[in-house]
Ligand binder design. Sequence first.
Ligand code: FES
Length: 288
Amino acid sequence: MWDYSEKVMDHFLHPRNVGEIENPDGVGEVGSLACGDALRLTFKLDKEGRIADVKFKTFGCASAIASSSVLTELIKGKTIEEAEKVTNRDIADYLGGLPEQKMHCSVMGREALEAAIENYRTGGKKKHELEGNLVCTCFGVTDKEIERVIRENNLTTVEQVTNYTKAGGGCGGCKGEIEKIIQKVQGDTLRTPVKPKPQKAAKLKNIRKIQLIQQTIDEQIRPSLRSHGGDIELIDVEDNKVIVAFRGMCAQCKTAEFTMKDVVEARLKEFVAPEIFVEEQSQPSQGQ
Ligand code: FES
């Protein structure tokens, strides 16, 4: 399991300000279920123009829930001008740090805040649009977003950019373009990248591992699939390989491959062990 700080676990298990505000002044929606994380942020201002109430709804992992929860605490009571200064680094620092591979959750929080502020400033007329040219089509990430996270977090490798934005984490076709953006932003100041600390994975006995896998599927994965008319079944576990089968709508879904990697596998890596990988049960050939 990931090495989460106490603060992350506290905000994950007891998230603050969950829900949705009726007739909000600002609404921000980012991410997508197909990509594994989605966040909706709503806020209401008081007469002095301060954020009097703010709520979130999220579909995502422990870090996404904790990052969203902390974001609401960070901006409550602030003016719009003060709130828009909050960065993804502020969210991660408030949480006592996030695993490098989970930094994209803090970035998603900051993006939702920006989208909500933009929505407020345009009187709810304008929906948040991606700024810049699309670089990663798998995850809908633009060059402007990549440049910004590189600058704000002093990133120097493609792997780090993937950890912070997900760009490059699908087919990998955009990695060359990401490399060029890093060169452009960092120029000659590129320094030796700091290797992320390896996660300390607790060795699990096989029976415990299977129990945890089943529990994670039941509690963290199945509810969201069922809400979209789908389902998932655990077929077998062979060492670190988990074999599953999609049922219902999920069995015919075009984004099943993303759901497999970015939802099912990501959740199992997070809640069971980082070395786990998932495969879909092979379909019997016709006539069998
Ligand atoms: S285009 Fe970026 S990972 Fe596929």
